[in-house]
Design a protein around this ligand. Structure first.
Ligand SMILES: [Zn+2]
Length: 468
């Protein structure tokens, strides 16, 4: 497996610290709002990475944190006039609903909340202070970046340029403008606060990830991941404080996904081109969004539009049609000894999985991996019919399943609806239309659509097709 490591700016052969177990940390959401399409990308990309590594035989200890103490949460709590606990519980629940729709492997994900680790954060900061790498000023504690080895090594930022840039926003308390807050003094009584050697206060954002990662995964982990926008200052600061504190490498590989544009423009609330996952889910099945996100290499930018999701919907339908048609063939065909021809077909099918693996092993090239999946489907559709050997069809379905599982798609099963039931509903709809009861007619159309049946009104009467 080759991974592009942001730290070295090159693809490197992946070597796990433990032979067959990977320790991976993905920076998770600040839970003060619903997640938007930009938050969805790292969730899907790194879930797919984890799934693929599982497919390659690794166990993956996988952490996605919830930042549940932050200025934005405090602001939101004032705005909604709800307690901080209510706000964070509510948006964590909303996150879980989105995660389920995106088919993220939640049962195998560890979700620590920052507030559960505050004591450990206080210890960590105190230890940094003892090492002379942190200093307290009037209830706040800052990290002294001059004490960090190679500060800027991840983002490749020039420290002097950064310093002069940061001077615009100068904080009298800091020794250097690049020093950052480890602990923030409580300003108003309604702010959440914990006791500490520096008085009542709360942790800064960067320290949360360093401490949760260390507590759950250890001093040095295999992979730390997140959006490219987190490289600086978040990940740079995590490295500085963790490596200074732990005295060893924080993460061996750094993976960053590219950003999302909407209709070729930067996504922003003010432009109104801001899409929440839960709102997209009202129009599109989130499996479509998942396939769309994986259709572009994770490091490249990706552009969101209604049209591209519609195209992806048609692509996903092609995949499901193949799956369901092959499943139907499985019932119709007979099982025989494998002929030479059958063996060749199976070898051909195996090749598609090999090709898929090869692309995925090249820094998670899901775009080409998905092409291999489509080639397999095209091949199978052309090769299989009622006279095929059932054993071959079963092999094809198994391979389709292996690839689907690694990508986190194609997991739905055909909903059982008998033809007689469909015909009865179509008849009821026809009568409803004749009675000008269009509400009922539309209801029936939607009901059939939910069951994967699309109906078309043609000059020769109503036709229906099974779409999935
Ligand atoms: Zn983080």
């Amino acid at each position: 497996m080759k991974i592009y490591n942001t730290l070295t700016r090159q693809k490197e052969e992946f070597k796990a610290i433990c032979k067959d177990e990977i320790h991976m940390y993905v920076c998770g959401p600040t839970v003060y709002n619903y997640i938007h399409v930009g938050n969805v990308r790292p969730l899907v990309v790194f879930d797919t990475f984890r799934r693929f590594m599982r497919h390659k035989g690794y166990k993956v200890k996988y952490v996605v944190n919830f930042t549940d103490v932050d200025d934005k949460i405090i602001d939101q709590s004032k705005k909604e006039n709800r307690s901080i606990q209510e706000i964070t519980d509510f948006y964590i629940q909303a996150f879980k609903e989105d995660a389920a729709r995106l088919n993220l492997l939640e049962s195998e994900t560890i979700h620590p909340r920052a507030t559960e680790y505050v004591e450990k954060m206080v210890d960590f900061i105190r230890e940094l202070e003892e090492k002379g790498a942190a200093y307290a000023v009037d209830g706040d504690v800052f990290f002294d970046i001059s004490k960090a080895k190679d500060y800027g090594k991840l983002s490749k930022k020039n420290i002097d340029e950064l310093k002069s840039g940061a001077r615009i926003d100068i904080d009298e308390k800091k020794k250097s403008p690049l020093d950052f807050a480890l602990w923030k003094k409580q300003k108003e009584s309604m702010e959440p606060a914990w006791e500490s050697p520096w008085g009542m206060g709360r942790p800064g954002w960067h320290i949360e990830c360093s401490v949760m990662s260390r507590s759950i995964l250890g001093d040095t982990i295999d992979i730390h991941a997140g959006g490219a926008d987190l490289q600086f200052p978040h990940h740079e600061n995590e490295i500085a404080q963790s490596e200074t504190h732990n005295g060893c490498t924080f993460a061996n590989y750094w993976m960053h996904n590219g950003m999302i544009t909407v209709d070729k423009e930067k996504m922003s609330k003010s432009k109104g081109n801001f899409f929440l996952a839960k709102d997209i889910a009202k129009i599109f099945d989130m499996e479509i969004v998942r396939l769309w996100l994986l259709s572009v290499h994770y490091r490249n930018p990706i552009d969101y539009s209604q049209e591209v999701l519609e195209q992806t919907e048609a692509s996903l339908e092609r995949l499901y049609n193949a799956k369901y048609n092959w499943q139907d063939l499985l019932k119709e065909t007979e099982e025989r000894e494998l002929s030479e021809e059958d063996k060749k077909t199976i070898a051909h099918l195996t090749n598609f999985v090999t090709t898929f693996d090869k692309h995925m092993e090249d820094d998670l090239n899901t775009a080409d991996g998905i092409s291999a999946l489509f080639e397999m489907v095209r091949f199978g559709n052309g090769a299989f019919n009622g006279k095929s050997n059932r054993k071959v069809i079963a092999e094809a379905l198994e391979k389709l399943n292996i690839i689907g599982e690694a990508l986190g798609i194609l997991y739905k099963e055909k909903e059982g609806i008998e033809d007689s039931e469909i015909l009865a509903l179509i008849e009821e709809r026809t009568q409803a239309r004749q009675a000008k009861n269009y509400v009922r007619a539309d209801e029936i159309r939607d009901l059939l659509k939910e069951k994967g049946i699309e109906i078309k009104d043609t000059s020769a009467g109503v036709k229906f097709t099974q779409v999935r």
